[in-house]
Unconditional design. Structure first.
Length: 291
């Protein structure tokens, strides 16, 4: 790294600061130091994470709208161009700067907190620098507009930020070519549902557990098993019901209640729709096994 070069901040930069910076916030659930839009400037240069710069507690996430720039980290040199998303890990030192002839325009967020730690662990984002060519401009624009809103309450800001950031991490890590990561993340969600499918589990609870929006959760299931999470839960519950009908003499009303159907008729209608038989008719098929 070029430690002799001094940081240079673009004078035309648009910055929003939604939080007051303090140590409690940094280690809290979600902390956003700044967000901004950097305009083309051949002299733009930032250094993070060295001993003279205490801003190493932050992750940096950026999207290059146009132009070109560079990142230096751990003796490696990276190039970023329009349409690139990049992630700079808080645990490494970085220099990043604009190309002299074609300086970039970019939108960025400096962020930290337990939520971001969880997302980086969920998607195995441990590398010092991660660059993906993926169109997430709309999500960055929504994030910037949200952080620019001076009238929003802290509660609504956090809620909407979590939803947008979870969508961002999902999109970045589920582009074509990341099949293993995509399948691994889905399997974690499916295992959670399988474990609690006999409880009063809701779609919102699943989304909250994995820090994602319900729409992102829906897309994840459609892409992997071609059904909604609600349909998947219902399928699992009917599977449990079939086992109870085959191997026990538990009353149908009791099974309905155990599996959190709103009433026994709803359970019977759903069971028949999915198996072609009513619960009574299905049990009769296995009557000999119970005697």
């Amino acid at each position: 790294m070029n430690n002799n070069r001094q940081p240079y901040y673009n004078k035309d930069i648009k910055i929003v600061q939604p939080y007051n910076k303090n140590n409690d916030d940094v280690d809290g659930f979600l902390f956003i130091e700044q967000a901004g839009i950097t305009m083309p400037d051949p002299n733009y240069y930032i250094r993070r994470g060295d001993k003279e710069n205490t801003r190493h507690y932050l992750y940096v996430i950026e999207y290059v709208l146009s132009g070109k720039g560079y990142i230096d980290c751990n003796s490696k040199h990276y190039e970023v161009n329009g349409g690139d998303f990049y992630f700079l890990n808080r645990y490494a030192s970085h220099e990043y700067y604009a190309d002299a002839e074609n300086p970039y325009t970019k939108i960025w967020i400096n962020i930290s907190g337990r939520f971001i730690n969880y997302m980086t662990a969920l998607y195995n984002m441990s590398d010092s620098v991660i660059i993906k060519h993926v169109n997430v401009e709309n999500i960055f624009n929504e994030l910037f507009d949200l952080l620019s809103n001076k009238n929003i309450t802290q509660h609504n800001l956090n809620r909407k930020m979590v939803s947008l950031l979870s969508e961002l991490f999902y999109e970045v890590n589920n582009i074509e070519g990341n099949i293993d990561t995509k399948k691994s993340n889905f399997n974690k969600i499916r295992a959670y549902i399988d474990k609690y499918s006999d409880t009063d589990l809701t779609i919102q609870e699943i989304a909250d557990h994995f820090f994602m929006s319900t729409s992102t959760l829906m897309r994840c299931f459609i892409e992997n098993v071609d059904m909604s999470p609600k349909a998947y839960i219902q399928k699992k519950r009917i599977s449990i019901a079939k086992n109870l009908l085959e191997t026990t003499d538990t009353e149908i009303n009791t099974i309905s209640t155990m599996l959190h159907f709103c009433h026994s008729q709803h359970f019977s209608n759903t069971f028949k729709k999915m198996t072609g038989l009513s619960p009574i008719a299905y049990r009769n098929k296995f009557k000999d096994k119970l005697t």
